[in-house]
Design a protein around this ligand. Structure first.
Ligand SMILES: [Zn+2]
Length: 126
């Protein structure tokens, strides 16, 4: 004689009814999004879960209110905004803009593409 079901609860997908009950009960999940230098814990509703699971970078960009490109470049630069000037040798300046290193995404967006302290001084020379 076979057992009625060998499946455990972990193997069954969550049905729509359960999802609706979770939403009605304001069940929230906690996720992590990558940041420059670590991760940030974020609260997620039941309906935010699919986007969080399948499109994490887009989710993170929306969470911060920035573009996907800004979010990706913030990660790539480890939160250090780039100076937009070129050196005398014609290469991009490698100094951080605004003297900012490892800053949060909104400060990064504000300073990325501005000048480092040295090139800012050059701008003010008569
Ligand atoms: Zn510079």
């Amino acid at each position: 004689m076979m057992k009625k079901s060998a499946k455990t609860s972990e193997q069954r997908p969550i049905c729509e009814h359960t999802i609706q009950r979770m939403e009605d009960a304001n069940v929230m999940f906690k996720g992590q999004i990558p940041t420059a230098g670590g991760v940030e814990l974020v609260w997620l509703s039941v309906h935010e879960m699919p986007r969080y699971l399948e499109h994490r970078a887009e989710f993170a960009a929306e969470y911060y209110g920035v573009t996907l490109q800004q979010y990706r470049e913030w990660l790539e630069t480890d939160g250090t905004p780039r100076c937009s000037a070129t050196t005398k040798a014609g290469k991009p300046c490698k100094n951080p803009a605004g003297d900012c290193v490892g800053v949060g995404i909104h400060e990064w967006v504000a300073f990325d593409g501005e000048f480092c302290w040295r090139h800012a001084l050059d701008e003010w020379k008569p």
